[in-house]
Ligand binder design. Structure first.
Ligand SMILES: [Zn+2]
Length: 423
């Protein structure tokens, strides 16, 4: 369903004006409120019960499913983050984070300040359940109750939200990280309140690096300085997770130096793809295939898309600009990704400049000789690829910043693999 259909359905169920419902919906969606959440809010606004009418049952966290309308849970508060959203023209502060019991963890959004803090043990009565990114989440609102438990809920999880960068995933909130700022620059963007200054760049810790955006443009976030950020949230931006600092984030200079590794974390391909998107990761695998559209290509001068038979998908018949790239399918036995190499990396693989490649293509009267040459060199060999990994409907791809023959001793790795298989 699109927004219009959702608005239609809601308006007729509530017996109210569709234009008003649609405008409220669009407003909520523009601040990343999930569609189910947005619809519940609008139902509440018009006197509905938010869509959950079953009597809440007491459940273990692991047993909560999106099909439960409402539940009651007894949990330990692992983290509490704050975020402000615009709702019906007004600024509203919501609290988000994770609850846990001994069976599992669950994310929540609290629409009011119930006063609980990380470490508290509480019983949340009549929490709404919604689905977000395929997982259940709790919605603690006006019709929910929060009671403090005097007996602590024991959980096998760390309380407080301290995290390593490598473990952060899109959707995380109320997290704390200790990082070094590697890159940082202030920019002016067209925000919801007109022109707004933000600061963005890259942060790193001992486990990896991630892009960040500070929506308050704190000037102290300079390159080479170390900080503890408390209460950050993580959102996907251009396919990879990004650390976000809000007005509620506290920034404290660190007394210690954060040891930053120049290497990217190395992961198995299946694990990396399963994460949904990673910034600066290293994968090692065999090149199975060099895909069509590699070697010498032509791009649309307007939009940069690769031309097919001289045609741009958006701009039709255009005078193409020459470029080189490689799209190589890399497999490590657990999964596959497409490594996408820019002109510079492609020239290195080819062993010649683009001008030389064009001369070779003219001599052979066939552009494909360049892609064939690259195929000859790399298919069946093992490569190390480093870059940003993103996943979409067409599969996983890595925008390569490095692409080199793997230097590991294959004999040693085969022995290790055999030992693993035999144990
Ligand atoms: Zn175009």
């Amino acid at each position: 369903m699109d927004v219009d259909e959702h608005a239609e359905e809601l308006a007729s169920a509530l017996g109210v004006d569709k234009a008003e419902v649609r405008s409220d919906l669009e407003n909520l969606l523009s601040y990343s409120v999930p569609i189910d959440e947005a619809k519940q809010s609008i139902r509440r606004k018009h006197g509905g019960d938010g869509g959950g009418d079953a009597t809440p049952t007491t459940k273990d966290v692991a047993d909560v499913t999106p099909e439960d309308g409402n539940v009651t849970v007894t949990v330990r508060v692992l983290s509490v983050g704050q975020r402000s959203i615009q709702y019906q023209g007004e600024e509203q502060v919501i609290r988000e984070g994770e609850f846990a019991d001994e069976t599992g963890t669950i994310s929540y959004t609290a629409w009011e300040d119930f006063g609980f803090e990380p470490g508290d043990s509480i019983t949340v009565g009549n929490a709404g359940v919604r689905e977000w990114d395929g997982r259940p989440e709790l919605n603690v609102g006006q019709s929910s109750t929060v009671a403090v438990e005097t007996t602590p809920v024991e959980v096998p999880y760390e309380v407080g939200g301290d995290s390593d960068l490598v473990d952060l995933r899109s959707g995380d909130r109320g997290r704390n990280v200790e990082v070094r700022v590697l890159e940082s620059e202030e920019r002016v963007i067209d925000g919801r309140d007109g022109e707004t200054a933000i600061r963005s760049g890259v942060v790193a810790d001992e486990t990896g690096r991630l892009p960040f955006t500070d929506w308050k443009a704190r000037s102290e976030l300079r390159e080479g300085h170390d900080f503890r950020f408390e209460d950050v949230y993580v959102r996907e931006f251009r396919g990879v997770p990004q650390v976000n600092l809000s007005e509620f984030t506290t920034v404290t200079p660190l007394a210690r130096d954060v040891a930053v590794d120049d290497e990217a974390p190395r992961m198995g391909i299946a694990e990396a793809v399963g994460s949904g998107g990673l910034f600066d990761v290293e994968l090692v695998g065999n090149v199975l295939e060099v895909r069509d559209g590699s070697g010498l290509i032509e791009r649309c001068p307007e939009c940069g898309r690769v031309l097919q038979n001289g045609q741009c998908r958006s701009h039709g018949d255009v005078e193409g600009e020459d470029d080189m790239r490689v799209k190589a399918i890399v497999d490590d036995g657990t999964g596959t990704v497409t490594a996408v190499l820019d002109r510079e990396l492609t020239e290195e693989l080819y062993g010649g400049t683009m001008e030389e490649a064009m001369t070779a293509a003219r001599d052979a009267m066939d552009k494909e000789v360049v892609a064939d040459e690259i195929r000859e060199r790399i298919v069946g060999r093992e490569y190390r690829v480093r870059g940003n990994l993103s996943v979409d409907d067409y599969g996983a791809s890595v925008e390569a910043s490095e692409f080199e023959r793997a230097t590991d001793d294959p004999g040693a790795r085969a022995t290790a693999l055999l030992a693993e298989v035999r144990s």
